[in-house]
Design a protein around this ligand. Sequence first.
Ligand SMILES: [Zn+2]
Ligand SMILES: [Zn+2]
Length: 266
Amino acid sequence: MSASDFPGLVDSHCHLDFPEFEGKLEEVREEMRANGVTHALCISVELDGFPKVLGLAETHDNFFASVGVHPDREAEPVDPARLVDLARNPRVVAIGETGLDYHRLSGDLEWQRARFRAHIRAARRCRKPLVIHTRDAAEDTIRIMREEGAGEVGGVMHCFTETQDVAEAALAQGFHISFSGIVTFKNAGSLKDVARGVPLERLLIETDSPYLAPVPHRGKTNRPGLVRHVAEEVARLRNIPLEVLAGATTRNFFRLFVPGGSEKVL
Ligand SMILES: [Zn+2]
Ligand SMILES: [Zn+2]
């Protein structure tokens, strides 16, 4: 297969607005091209930082943006109407990242659950899919998704590290499952099994840059070009050619986030 036949890879979750990438954007984009990574979804973690995330998507055809507040951002209540308003921009293709994180924060986290609900309500109102983060909170995450009707818009369980049962509960609500560099780690045995079993048409890949660089770059600053290592590992686990995995995950990305959009290459 020649390089021009390669279907291309999409990094479905990265944080290119973070200080790690200050002044490095061209380098990052060059590495994406070299690795056949054609597109990336830049994920919002707070509304103050949203203009920068949106700016990336407005100045680059192959970047998209999401709008939302990360579950570990304390004391930032969110009005669904505000999210709906910000999501009107056509470069904003998703609501999030949102969800629940009981790992980094403790105490009464009712505010976190309320804010998750607000995101789901906004997503249903503007009919855009959700990017969901869940850590040490799978049961509440799945329950709130169900209670709020998240399946009406669907979305992705990003940086998935949960069990097969949680994957199945999310799939049953029409969600996609996205794997990050964690799936390349040696000690990720049970996660590797989950990655074998997710239906191909519900699979996505991501870096969560600048975090979680895949093997053999573990411990370094992650960047979207390295999503190729995630793709290679998932293809290896499923015993399918990289091109098949790339074609499926790229199609899934566009079907979910950019319906009717063109898969324009860099
Ligand atoms: Zn996350
Ligand atoms: Zn993230």
